[in-house]
Design a protein around this ligand. Structure first.
Ligand code: IMP
Ligand code: MG
Length: 174
């Protein structure tokens, strides 16, 4: 069992996600949105976020895999499950749980831009800027956090802890 410390409470998350939804609604007022969730870590954040977006919107998912099952991104990414629809001419909002090294989002951004969307923006729940290897900046970010491995609110450690309503730092793993 791992030792956990709460970093972000349920209340803090709720408040911030609402703010993000309001900001996105304002920025895209009068437009439609295709929200693209990156599986699996975003399913909780995305579900809460879209209920605060007051726009006509559709949801699709993409599943990527970086090689290896370690906590460290290898930089090599491939598509496990692609989107179900073309994005050409659409306003696309990529939703990601956390940006760490930046490799994953850099890859997603490149493949999405090749498909000629009308616009492409990135919304991340968390950002760990200290760990960045490639320059990627989110258009919307929930919280900037220090360099710790975190779980909960969709984020996992070895597929555990995704259901926790708060974000916790994993301190030790026995
Ligand atoms: P990046 O390509 O290094 O930016 O990695 C992003 C991916 O690594 C995220 O989508 C997460 O799946 C995973 N990840 C990075 N940091 C954490 C963390 O602290 N907790 C859980 N997953 C993480
Ligand atoms: Mg992920």
């Amino acid at each position: 069992m791992a030792d956990m410390r709460v970093l972000l409470s349920e209340e803090q998350i709720k408040e911030r996600v609402k703010e993000l939804g309001n900001e996105i609604s304002r920025d895209f007022a009068g437009e439609e949105l295709l929200v693209v969730g990156v599986l699996k870590g975003t399913f909780v954040f995305l579900a809460d976020l879209i209920r605060h977006i007051d726009l006509p919107l559709q949801v699709d998912f993409i599943d990527l895999s970086s090689y290896g099952l370690t906590t460290e991104s290898s930089g090599e990414v491939r598509i496990m499950k692609d989107l179900e629809q073309p994005i050409e001419g659409k306003n696309v909002l990529i939703v990601e749980d956390i940006v760490d090294t930046g490799y994953t989002l850099k890859y997603i951004k490149e493949i999405m831009l090749r498909r000629n969307p009308r616009s492409l923006r990135i919304c991340t729940f968390l950002d760990k800027p200290d760990r960045r290897k490639v320059p990627i900046v989110s258009d919307y970010n929930g919280f900037t956090i220090p360099d710790h491995f975190v779980v909960g609110y969709g984020l996992d450690y070895a597929e555990q802890y995704r259901h926790l309503p708060q974000v916790c730092i994993v301190e030790t793993v026995n």
